[in-house]
Design a protein around this ligand. Structure first.
Ligand code: MLT
Length: 411
């Protein structure tokens, strides 16, 4: 019989979000009349904006005619989309990128997982705790770790606790690491790194020949002017950082699927024999072999996000979600619940009332308020005692959820 990849057996239970869906389904099956409000998984609820939809339709219509039909596209993405990204997403930040440094993909989750392919298993990895579970689990799956200890920490990974005490900002690891995952604005804590904080990481990475995986999937939700949208706003970052971005939350593409990853040409690693080698070349090679590109109409739709009309429309939707975030944050804070995040990110990270465990609060919230959130401990041991609410809901649902929580736990 063929051997399985035993690394998968090291993973704990199921992936967080399917586990939540399972519990919610059990509840709704037993209580079919309960009006459940879902603020768990960060899935968007507003429709695609008109300018994007129009471009999407045009892309589909192109496929209907011989003259405009498109078959396989470039695996790395159409250069017209990469040009728009360089021009509209980076140039205004003072960041110059070549189109050959931008790779269009089908989303950030896959990108952050796939990246591991081009790094040796011997690299030491540091991740935040709590963290987007994909960073941890994909390192386990690929075989970089030993087993998890009783707390849930895997042998071989350096965890950087993000707690109330350090303002949910990871501290520089004491030991030397080769790869650092940073996510800002952060999922799940909703906090965002300042320029000074990012500079510390870039300095650390350059001094230690380390590489930063910078997940900026939520950059469009930044409202404070001094918070960087890209790690490349920090001098020297092109030599030490890969940036991952997504259209999912920015433009409602969670079901459409499109993102991009920036692998600068200046980013170098070493071979077994100690020679310098370009990660950009490796990533391009990997992409050609393992991917056939995001679909043509989807890339047309993605390009329209950055048109003047598209961007203005997308911004309105982002404002709508951020108003939800304000309603949740202020509503719960007024009721005496300690809340973080929700200013530069669509997530509110709250301390569970009465010192409840994250999952106990999840069950209570579901059973008594019919509201679904995400237990903080699902993002890592330091998330215990916390809970995440997503601001991606409908306004009415968000308001109802806040008033139900206030009624139950408000002071
Ligand atoms: C989340 O809820 O953390 C995100 O929706 C998950 C994802 O983007 O994959």
């Amino acid at each position: 019989m063929a051997r399985i990849n035993d690394n998968y057996l090291k993973l704990q239970a199921g992936y967080l979000f399917p586990e939540i869906s399972r519990r919610v389904k059990a509840f709704t099956d037993a209580n079919p009349d309960a009006k459940v409000i879902r603020l768990g998984i960060g899935d968007v609820t507003r429709p695609l904006v008109p300018a994007v939809l129009k471009a999407f339709h045009e892309g589909v219509d192109d496929l209907a005619k011989g003259e405009t039909f498109h078959g396989y596209g470039p695996e790395q993405g159409y250069s017209w989309l990469a040009e728009v990204v360089a021009e509209k997403a980076y140039k205004p930040l003072g960041v110059e990128l070549k189109t050959s440094e931008i790779f269009i993909s089908d989303g950030s989750k896959c990108d952050s997982a796939n990246l591991l392919d081009i790094f040796d298993l011997g690299n030491k990895v540091a991740i935040g705790d709590p963290v987007y579970p994909v960073y941890n689990d994909t390192n386990v799956m690929i075989g970089r770790t030993g087993k998890a200890n009783e707390k849930g920490y895997y042998e071989g990974i350096v965890y950087m606790p993000c707690t109330e005490e350090n303002n949910f900002t990871p501290e520089l690891p004491k030991e030397k690491v080769d790869i650092i995952y940073l996510c800002s604005p952060n999922n799940p804590t909703g906090t965002a790194a300042s320029k000074e904080e990012l500079k510390q990481w870039v300095d650390y990475a350059r001094a230690n020949d380390a590489i930063i995986f910078f997940d900026a999937a939520y950059e469009a939700f930044i409202t404070q002017a001094d918070i960087p949208h890209s790690i490349y706003e920090i001098e020297g970052a092109k030599e030490c950082a890969i940036e991952i971005r997504s259209f999912s939350k920015t433009a409602g593409f969670t079901g459409v699927r499109c993102g991009f990853i920036v692998v600068p040409e200046a980013l170098m690693g070493t071979t077994e024999t100690g020679e310098r080698y370009s990660f950009n070349k490796l990533w391009s090679r990997r992409t050609s072999t393992k991917f056939n590109g995001a679909s043509y109409p989807v890339q047309k739709a993605a390009a329209a996000v950055y048109s003047d009309e598209g961007w203005a429309q997308v911004q309105e939707v982002i404002d709508y979600y951020m108003e939800n975030a304000r309603i949740i944050r202020e509503g719960l804070t007024e009721a005496g619940i300690t809340c973080y995040g929700g200013v530069n990110a669509p997530y509110i990270w709250l301390k569970t009332p009465e010192g409840m465990s994250s999952w106990d609060f999840f069950d209570k919230l579901l059973n008594e308020c019919f509201v679904v959130g995400t237990p903080g401990s699902g993002f890592g041991p330091s998330g215990e005692g916390y809970f995440r609410l997503s601001a991606f809901g409908d306004r009415e649902n968000v308001e109802t959820a806040v008033s139900r929580i206030r009624e139950k736990w408000g002071k």
